[in-house]
Design a binder for this molecule. Structure first.
Ligand SMILES: [Ca+2]
Ligand SMILES: [Ca+2]
Ligand SMILES: [Ca+2]
Length: 337
């Protein structure tokens, strides 16, 4: 089944409905399930005293069964609002007026590009700048956007715009939906229950039990004896010697102009790349010579002054004291005379 987000927009002018037009397709895989969805229209005009209905059809199959809205923000951008317009949003049998003749819009600018957000710091007022995030106008005819919370994500959304005077020039209209059930990293663990929502870690391994999964944890600890079955077998990871759960790599380059060796340790697990010791070695015919140890920054990057002695150098990362992370060795770089 195509679980991509297929959206059809039908534009209804006055009472005449035009055929829906598919404006975006998708063949995305079943996972990940996004936690937000944005839909909208750009560059449109509403003729004098006319009404235009922008209808968005959000296909429910693109989201987990039973997914509902937990938040909805609306972006309103006008290139010319000087004559005034009424804007309404309808979804799931509920309607909210977003703008109207008594809306305290910023004055006297005729152009706006703002976002209605119930969680914004302040409501829109005549003194507001013409951009930014504001609570929707307040009053009995202007309920908060929260009226749509709990409604199904899938279904029709209709933005109705009526011109009260001359042409209303619309720059963009956007609906930003936050969805109750999602899995943005596609690891099969629902977002709210995921101990590392930004990185796929279907095993949810959390050795120190602090609620932060190993792959997100800068101090993941070590595997408890009873938990070894929850991590991948070390034999599956190239370069891993014993008990390692996550692969990592170390790169090394010689920047001759700046007399530096620079490199980076990379791993999906934060604790395997952040503030870890990297050893620089000189290759020799007998045993290689250990020159110095540098510590990576939070990004995994490191640098040091290049040795003056010509030769071939490489870097290693990893030790028996870090059972979470695989050992690795960089390519050899040559420093010439
Ligand atoms: Ca997840
Ligand atoms: Ca995850
Ligand atoms: Ca942890």
């Amino acid at each position: 089944m195509n679980r991509g987000i297929r959206v059809a927009v039908g534009v209804l002018v006055g009472a005449v409905a035009l055929s829906p037009v598919v404006v975006s397709g998708g063949s995305a895989a079943a996972a990940p399930m996004p936690c937000t969805h944005t839909q909208g229209v750009i560059n449109h005009e509403v003729q004098p005293s006319a009404t235009v209905n922008h209808r968005f059809v959000v296909i429910a199959d693109a989201f987990p069964a039973g997914a509902t809205l937990v938040d909805l923000d609306v972006g309103l951008g006008f290139d010319d609002y000087s004559g005034g317009a009424g804007v309404w949003l309808t979804h799931a049998g509920r309607e909210m007026q977003l703008m109207g003749p008594y809306t305290p819009v910023p004055s006297p600018q005729p152009t706006y590009d703002l976002v209605y957000d119930d969680e914004a710091a302040a409501p829109l007022s005549p003194d507001s700048p013409s951009g930014g995030r504001y609570q929707p106008p307040q009053g009995s005819q202007y309920p908060p956007l929260a009226v749509f919370d709990g409604t199904p994500v899938g279904g029709d959304y209709v933005l109705r715009i009526t011109s009260y005077g001359p042409v209303v020039k619309i720059k963009r209209l956007r609906l930003v939906m936050t969805i109750s059930t999602c899995d943005s990293d596609g690891d099969g663990v629902e977002e709210k229950a995921d101990n590392c929502p930004t990185l796929a870690n279907s095993d949810q391994a959390d050795w120190d039990g602090d609620g932060i999964g190993n792959v997100c944890d800068s101090t993941p600890g070590t595997a408890p004896p009873t938990a070894t079955s929850t991590v991948p077998p070390p034999t599956s990871i190239p370069g891993c010697t014993a008990g390692c759960a996550y692969e990592r790599s170390v790169g090394l380059r010689h920047r001759a102009a700046r007399h530096r060796l620079v490199g980076k340790v990379e791993s999906v697990a934060v604790g395997c790349r952040r503030v870890v010791p990297v050893t620089i070695w000189l290759k020799r015919s007998g045993a290689d010579r250990k020159l110095l140890v540098v510590t990576t920054r939070s990004t995994g990057g490191f640098h040091t002054l290049a040795p003056r002695r010509p030769g071939r150098y490489y870097a290693t990362v990893g030790s028996a004291a870090e059972p979470l992370c695989a050992r690795d060795r960089s390519r050899t770089v040559r420093i010439r005379r």
